[in-house]
Design a protein around this ligand. Structure first.
Ligand SMILES: Cc1ncc(COP(=O)(O)O)c(C=O)c1O
Length: 379
């Protein structure tokens, strides 16, 4: 369908085209020097000691769980208001996911208090997710981790370029995972990066990313190694040079893209505060620098979300919602109790279009339609 305003839009330019062509002409397509450069650049950008590019963030999250030692018999605390991959990555290891609620209707990230209530002798780790690129309460979560000796994995899929107290989201915990899926703030088509400051976790990730092998094809091509051992049951979670080349160019464009997102979010908030005061606008508190990955609103109680979205669609505006709560999916149902705040927010939440290439005129169309339809009286 041809949208007047799509939910998200990715723009790749001549820089990405040239970078890809250079790789194609180089004759080396699988993980090599371009990926190494991409990893160094991401590590520098977020201020992490180690970065590992992988084929997607789900793989990064799985590697993170494996590296911190999550496995059969363990429990891992996670939010339910997230993309299902956050939980699936834990389940791949055989561990149980214990879902907990968000902080409030205003701050849609995992609640430190709810985390602490669920800790028991089986708890091994906590996975947090920085919703829309807004920071979870990392100082409180790190205090809990220290008190109970738990590993912290940050699902920073939304959060590249975001920070709290000047420290990049994704670098607060033991391991951070970024997604470069096609609708993210920067993309490699499919792809992700895992970061850590911990040398021993880094070594485990390095081995597990590529079949548990001690050396890579690239190392052997370079003459740095002639054979290998297999020391763990690893995976093939490697990225390739084509995608790393796209990622390097996208990283250069990320700060400008995130800055434009910030401006657009400011315009949305201003317009809705004045002209649709019954619309809920989460993340009103000032806490760190967001990457503004998505723009989430909460419809007033009683407004039919599907009717609202249908009316927006008729105006050519694409919307979405983030997310159906994971604890209500068939494969996770019955694993926990009700999460009152998560369920309430998930019923009313709508995601409006947001992307750096969005024009003021396109945004004005969205604003006008939202104001027209966001009261139950009109639809
Ligand atoms: C919060 C969250 N976690 C994990 C993922 C998984 O990322 P990927 O698609 O790169 O595997 C996504 C991607 O959509 C996400 O939004």
């Amino acid at each position: 369908m041809e949208w007047r305003v799509p939910l998200a839009d990715v723009k790749l330019g001549i820089e990405e085209e040239n970078a890809v062509l250079e790789v194609l002409r180089s004759g080396w397509l699988t993980m090599g020097s371009v990926t190494q450069a991409f990893e160094r650049e991401i590590a520098t950008f977020v201020g992490a000691k180690h970065a590992f590019a992988v084929n997607n963030a789900t793989a990064a999250l799985h590697l993170a769980c494996m590296a911190v030692g999550v496995g059969e018999g363990d429990e891992v605390i996670a939010p339910s208001l997230t993309f299902v991959a956050t939980a699936n990555a834990v389940r791949y290891t055989g561990a149980k996911v214990v879902f907990v609620d968000i902080e409030s209707e205003d701050w849609l990230c995992i609640s430190p208090q709810a985390i602490e209530e669920k800790i028991n002798e089986r708890t091994k780790a906590i996975v947090v997710m920085h919703y829309a690129g807004f920071a979870c309460d990392m100082p409180a979560i790190m205090r809990i981790a220290e008190k109970y000796n738990l590993a912290i994995i940050e699902d920073a899929a939304h959060a590249i370029g975001a920070s709290l107290d000047g420290k990049a989201l994704g670098t607060w915990g033991d391991v951070g995972c970024y997604s470069f899926f096609g609708n993210k703030n920067m993309t490699t088509a499919e792809g992700g990066v895992l970061v850590t400051d911990d040398d021993s976790l880094a070594e485990k990730v390095r081995i597990l990313r590529s079949h548990g092998m001690t050396t890579l094809t690239w190392d052997r091509h370079q003459g740095h190694a002639s054979t290998y051992d297999v020391v763990a049951l690893g995976y093939n979670y490697r990225i390739d040079e084509i995608r790393s080349a796209i990622g390097r160019e996208q990283l250069k464009k990320l700060p400008a893209g995130n800055a434009r997102r910030e401006v657009l979010v400011g315009r949305y908030r201003q317009a809705f505060k004045e002209q649709a005061p019954s619309l809920g606008l989460p993340f009103s508190e000032k806490r760190g620098l967001s990457s503004q990955h998505i723009f989430a609103v909460l419809l007033p109680e009683g407004v039919d979300r599907e009717a609202f979205r249908e009316a927006m669609k008729k105006d050519g505006i694409q919307t979405s919602f983030h997310y159906p709560p994971v604890h209500q999916f068939a494969i996770y149902r019955n694993e926990g109790e009700e999460l009152w705040m998560t369920e309430n927010v998930a019923r009313r939440q709508v995601t409006l279009p947001l992307f750096p290439g969005m024009t003021d005129e396109q945004q004005d169309l969205v604003i006008k339609s939202v104001i027209k339809y966001a009261t139950s009286a009109l639809i």
